[in-house]
Design a protein around this ligand. Structure first.
Ligand SMILES: *Cc1c(COP(=O)(O)O)cnc(C)c1O
Length: 435
């Protein structure tokens, strides 16, 4: 293994830190959780990223999901090129928005009407406003370790109690807002029941990542999603699946299709824009008809439904819709990666838990099962940081935090999977030998 130089990235990071808070436009990019300095990217194609020092990496994040077909995919490039001469924004409705709505509704089983926005955060913020407006209730339930974007209502953690009234996670979130968010450990249906009983007629929505990607990958236990569905139906609570990560990834119709549980509302992002800034929220007709101008709940966007972004997203979604083999391929190659990692870890006698659903997976350095945020935090974070940096040195670009998942693209070939597994073994061995 030859030592990689990163002087250009370093220089850029030094400049960036003078100009941009922490030198990055989204916190996890700064590598604070794993140590070291962030790599500045210059270009990418297929499975490969190239940084400002011309180092090559195999990409296992894929822009946190959107690049499910690999980077700079020709089809999306062509679609974008076709749109560009006709202007980049009108602030008026366009044909592609209608086609996009039709396609989303045909792919995501529970969506009957949909509104386009510009990010996942916008989608979740809007969805809970609509749920509140529709039900006339104030409180929402979320789960510890689930991330729903940076909206005030979601930046709440629970502390150690099974059911705790929210305390803000971030300065700037008011106590008033925090009070309306109830946080519960993931996979704990009993705690949900208690919280609902303790606030009769006050819960507008339960929002959840049906498969969690934001505390590392965590899988819903059998009956958990079904149990939530039952409670919500009985108590007239709006069940919101935040499928910003899982939508169009775990199946064409997302986690709801895969697990066969239908929410009342769904939030989408990441893959939906083919790499451009797009989000969407949708759901039952009667609920979505509460949104302005059909109904009284206000939500708007100057660039919403942007023609360039719609062209990219439509092309991506159409392809996924017409190619079931994409999902079969992603499952196979991801299974191969996970299987190979297990072999490596067993061979070296290291403690681990690997969670996987389809083409999302993550490794935790703990022997205990990881089913919620508390168990995710049992992972050896120092070891994870070392692992991340060893992999980076070997040209593998992983998520720079234990509490993130990996996203596989169709550009990962058998041969690249073998390269990944070799780097995985060498990295783990080097860490073991250094202890
Ligand atoms: C990424 C993410 C969001 C936020 O989306 P942005 O486009 O980053 O605002 C919301 N929910 C989930 C589950 C996500 O993974």
């Amino acid at each position: 293994m030859s030592e990689r130089t990163n002087s250009s990235s370093l220089k850029l990071f030094q400049r960036a830190q003078e100009l941009i808070p922490g030198g990055v436009n989204s916190p996890v990019r700064a590598f604070k959780a794993v140590g070291g300095n962030p790599v500045f990217m210059k270009s990418a194609k297929g499975a490969f990223l190239y940084d400002e020092d011309d180092n090559e990496y195999i990409d296992l994040i894929n822009s946190w999901g959107p690049m499910i077909l690999g980077h700079a995919c020709e089809m999306v490039q062509e679609a974008v090129k076709e749109v560009l001469p006709h202007s980049f924004s009108y602030g008026a409705p366009t044909r592609r928005e209608v086609e996009m709505a039709e396609l989303i509704i045909s792919m995501v089983p529970s969506i009957e009407k949909v509104r386009m926005v510009n990010s996942g955060t916008e989608a979740t913020m809007s969805a809970i406003r609509v749920a509140r407006g529709f039900t006339g209730r104030d409180k929402i339930i979320k789960f510890e370790g689930c991330y729903h974007g940076h909206g005030d209502s979601f930046l709440i953690s629970a502390g150690s109690g099974a059911v705790t009234l929210g305390v803000p996670d971030s300065p700037g979130v008011t106590k008033g807002v925090a009070q309306d968010t109830i946080t519960i450990p993931y996979n704990n249906l009993e705690a949900v029941k208690q919280a609902v009983e303790a606030a009769p007629g006050q819960i507008a929505a339960i929002i959840i990542e049906p498969v969690v990607g934001n505390m590392g990958l965590v899988v819903p236990v059998a009956g958990f999603l079904e149990g939530l569905r039952e409670i919500c139906t009985k108590e007239n609570i709006v069940l919101i699946f935040d499928e910003v990560m899982t939508g169009f990834r775990l199946a064409k119709g997302g986690a709801q299709e895969r697990f066969g549980v239908m929410p009342d509302m769904t939030t989408l992002g990441k893959i939906i824009g083919g790499g451009f800034p797009v989000g969407a929220y949708g759901g039952r007709k009667d609920i979505m008809d509460a949104v302005a101008p059909a109904g009284p709940v206000y939500q708007a966007g100057t660039l919403s439904g942007n023609p360039v972004a719609m062209a990219a997203g439509l092309t991506m979604l159409r392809y996924l819709n017409e190619h079931d083999e994409v999902y079969a391929y992603l499952e196979n190659i991801s299974d191969k990666l996970v299987h190979g990692m297990r072999e490596n870890l067993d061979k070296l006698g290291l403690n681990y838990t690997i969670n996987q659903v389809g083409s999302m997976f993550s490794i935790f350095f703990t022997r205990q099962p990881v089913t919620d945020f508390d168990s995710a935090k049992k992972s050896d974070l120092k070891l994870f940081g070392q692992y991340f940096n060893h992999m980076l040195q070997r040209g593998i670009y992983l998520a720079p935090s234990q509490f993130e998942t990996l996203f596989i693209s169709t550009a990962i070939t058998d041969e690249l999977a073998d390269k990944y597994l070799k780097a995985n073994f060498e990295s783990l061995q080097a860490i073991k030998n250094s202890r």
